[in-house]
Design a protein around this ligand. Structure first.
Ligand code: MGD
Ligand code: MGD
Ligand code: MO
Length: 747
């Protein structure tokens, strides 16, 4: 066919891409090609100020997601018993009426807190879920099954208690001139700490590209990773640490930097609170001891610490394994202290303070933001019954999450009050987020009423749902994304079958439960109010696609050194948004919660040092969940273009280890731990350490539903080896997803 004839009636609409479809954390700028009411192609937007058309393979496969034959197309009601796999098509009117009636009944009988609202990672649906949960009156919004909410929240919390803000590496992301911005300079040294940005596009920004852009401009790299990743293989220093010993490494680096006088004395004197106490604490972590704990040769630790401290500016960019360390708050405090004592905070090329563009928050990150949207009394009242808030100070005081581990406990015990229902939206816990999936399965299937909102039928929906609702992908919804780089509009340009966007679904139900909170006429009106600080209506934002705060605006990261200018604190005084106004390397906030105000290291629940007996029986350290560029968590297994690239549930094993165990490349093996086992295909590779293996997570086989409609999760799900209940003392962090002990043998 003549290509040009075919493109005649094509409309190209620019917008932001954010889950569903690609599934991702922070979106990019794309062009959606529409013809006859159908999306025919999605590509990167070459005019996007920060990404210049760069995008991921999952965005390119959007049409295969949108029009996949297995997509949920209309609301479904369970026809047989739970888990029997029998469903009846129902109308949206019936779905809304049934859900409203059942949830209302539960609310009247047991109180609104007895329904838990579970989401997955930070997708676009975070905003709608909070809207519904709070309109219904439940404080129990959680990242269902993710032990310790060990993703991003621990990092946010740890940074807030230390420096009062959230920071990110400065990759010139806040100036439309990008690398040409005269004030900007690339970091001389960048530490990539427990993060694989090239494959994973982790945590909001397309940082893989940016790191490469910086490398091209002379940035030296230190990579802290047990595996020799793409970026590790290009590093000046690769620190191959034993998993979950990041805290010891950070404290050891502080020991070297402080004792050798390599910190920024002027900055420390003026802006840091508790330096002497920190200095005293780090004496417990001399290089010999740290080398023994981390398995990294002492000289390498010293060299890396010196390189980081002597390079200015220098930046650190980290990933989720840090959150998954035992006592993660402490580990995060220690790493944050590294960029603080070296004076690398909020300077060009350092770690820059980063707030939503114009201060807009669609998916609130802090209690402060929640309060700005919902009001103080409302947030305070909700916190009284929030699960885990009575036991964990950060759960009570930072962000609105109910604590996942305690949610599980409470479903089982019914104490202090019973849980009766579950609203699950963007979470396939049975295949992915939950530690101890069997316990979650048993607990959730006993609840009175469960709803799942998803794009596809999943093992989770099959197992526990009473009603399943079909959600829309990004070209099927009006929304915005507001993390860091410009405020971007996402626009509804097509409809697919009877699918609705998460905003539409939750808006309708939330309005029924609480017309006072949901006082707008429609989603677009509500979005206009949410983005009000930008001075634009949602229509205007859609028209111009993205909006960037002007230079000098307090949101974003320019101008630098805002602490000197009084731009960070609500009272307008110079300094940081902490109780002392300084960076608190000795955290008075943690102290006021009865927690250790200084960072420390703790071994993970199972490890060669903590449980040496177990180490004899299970002589390998199991890391899980390294990201795949073509898969987002448990998604995309049914998408041909993507699955072709990453077809199998594998486990990475060092060839020497495999030889000792008599395992060949491509053979099926069991990975077994103290709590269970999972089946995987062996992939022999030198990138892993001989005593460590890596099993990617989120595996199920959409093509094999099976008689129990579980799509193979009970065979493949590696989280059967991961326990719940090891959250950090603060509440956030510590889910041991990267560090349990295991053995491996042939199937
Ligand atoms: N394509 C794609 N992108 C994604 C996702 C996805 O599923 N697919 N998931 C998104 C989500 S929710 C998240 S949280 C991020 C996560 O993305 P990242 O934060 O990058 O985390 P991981 O990929 O889990 O691990 C990063 C690296 O840390 C190493 N590592 C493992 N254990 C340890 C440890 O104990 N210490 C250290 N220092 N390193 C360790 C691993 O070998 C790996 O190379 O990615 C996001 N982006
Ligand atoms: N072993 C191990 N397990 C892990 C990790 C690990 O490193 N190791 N990482 C953990 C981390 S960091 C995280 S954040 C969790 C993430 O876990 P989750 O975010 O819960 O990921 P999924 O299980 O893929 O569930 C997401 C579901 O949402 C659906 N979905 C996608 N987009 C939309 C949308 O726009 N609307 C609706 N309604 N549904 C949508 C998808 O089809 C999918 O079924 O996994 C955790 N699990
Ligand atoms: Mo995550």
């Amino acid at each position: 066919m003549d290509e040009r004839a075919d493109t005649k009636d094509v409309q190209i609409i620019k917008m932001g891409a954010w889950s569903g479809g690609p599934g991702c954390h922070g979106g990019c700028g794309v062009e959606v090609h529409v013809k006859d009411g159908r999306v025919i192609k999605v590509e990167g937007d070459p005019d996007h100020p920060f990404l210049q058309g760069r995008t991921c393979p999952r965005v390119l496969a959007t049409t295969q997601v949108m029009y996949h034959p297995d997509r949920l197309k209309y609301p479904l009601k369970r026809a047989g018993e739970r888990g029997e796999g029998k469903w009846t098509r129902i109308s949206w009117a019936e779905a809304y009426d049934t859900i409203y009636a059942r949830m209302k009944e539960i609310k009247e009988k047991y109180g609104p807190e007895s329904i838990v609202f579970g989401q997955g990672t930070g997708r676009d649906a975070g905003g709608p879920i909070l809207l519904l949960a709070y309109a219904y009156g439940s404080p129990n919004w959680t990242l269902l099954g993710l032990s310790g909410i060990s993703c991003f929240t621990p990092r946010l919390a740890g940074m807030y208690v230390t420096e009062g803000d959230f920071t990110f590496m400065d990759a010139a992301q806040f100036s439309p001139l990008r690398y040409e911005e005269p004030e900007w300079t690339p970091p001389k040294c960048l530490i990539v700490w427990g993060r694989e940005p090239v494959g994973g596009c982790s945590d909001h920004y397309a940082t893989g590209h940016w790191m490469v852009d910086c490398m091209k401009r002379g940035t030296k790299l230190i990579v802290v990773d047990p595996r020799c990743t793409w970026i590790a293989s290009r590093a000046d220093h690769w620190l191959q640490l034993r998993p979950a010993t990041d805290g010891a490494l950070a404290l050891g680096m502080l020991h070297i930097i402080i004792n050798e006088g390599l910190y920024d004395k002027t900055f420390v004197e003026k802006w840091i609170y508790g330096f002497e106490e920190l200095k005293k604490r780090v004496q417990e972590y001399p290089p010999d001891r740290v080398s023994y704990i981390t398995w990294i040769p002492k000289e390498k630790i010293i060299d890396a610490a010196r390189l980081y401290a002597k390079s200015k500016p220098a930046a650190i960019q980290w990933g989720v394994p840090v959150d998954m360390n035992a006592e993660a708050t402490s580990v995060i405090q220690a790493i944050t202290s590294l960029w603080c004592v070296t004076g690398n905070l909020d300077i060009p090329g350092g770690n820059v303070i980063c707030r939503g563009p114009f201060g807009v928050s669609i998916y609130p990150y802090s209690t402060e933001e929640l309060t700005a949207i919902y009001g103080k009394d409302f947030v305070q009242k909700l916190s009284e019954k929030r699960i885990g808030a009575d036991r964990y100070p950060l759960v009570k005081n930072f962000r609105g999450w109910a604590l996942s581990d305690v949610v599980l406990e409470q479903m089982e015990t019914g104490k202090p009050y019973p849980i009766k229902g579950m609203w699950i939206q963007t979470n396939n816990f049975l295949a992915c987020a939950a530690g101890e999936p069997r316990r979650h399965f048993e607990a959730i299937r006993k609840l009175d009423f469960n709803v799942v909102v998803d794009l596809f039928m999943t093992p989770t929906a099959q197992a526990i749902a009473d009603i399943v609702l079909p959600a829309g992908t990004f070209p099927e919804k009006d929304s915005v994304f507001s993390t860091g780089i410009p405020l971007n509009a996402i626009q509804k340009v097509v409809e697919v079958e009877e699918c609705k966007s998460d905003w539409e679904i939750n808006f309708e139900l939330a309005r029924r439960f609480n017309p006072e909170i949901v006082h707008w006429n429609n989603v677009r009106e509500m979005l206009t109010e949410r983005i009000r600080p930008s001075g634009l209506t949602f229509d205007e934002l859609s028209e111009q696609v993205w909006a960037l705060p002007p230079k000098g605006h307090p949101s974003g990261s320019a101008p630098y050194r805002r602490y000197e200018k009084g731009l960070l604190r609500p009272d307008g005084k110079p300094g940081f948004r902490t109780p002392t106004g300084k960076i608190e390397v000795y955290s008075t906030t943690l102290e006021s919660y009865g927690l250790d105000p200084l960072p420390y290291f703790e071994e993970p629940p199972e490890s060669p040092l903590r449980t040496p007996e177990l180490w004899k029986e299970f002589p390998l350290i199991l890391m899980t969940g390294r990201r795949s560029p073509v898969l987002f968590h448990s998604e995309h297994r049914q998408i041909p273009w993507l699955r072709e690239i990453d077809p199998d549930p594998i486990v990475e094993i060092h060839p020497e280890t495999a030889r000792r165990l008599g395992i060949e490349d491509g053979e099926w093996v069991w990975i077994e731990g103290r709590r269970g086992r999972a089946k995987r295909k062996a992939k022999l590779t030198l990138i892993v350490h001989p005593r460590m293996v890596m099993a990617p997570h989120g595996w199920w086989l959409p093509e094999k539903e099976g008689e129990d409609h579980s799509y193979g999760v009970w065979d493949l799900n590696v989280n059967q080896l991961i326990p719940m209940g090891y959250q950090s003392k603060s509440g956030f962090g510590g889910g041991p997803y990267k560090c349990m002990l295991c053995k491996i043998y042939k199937v």
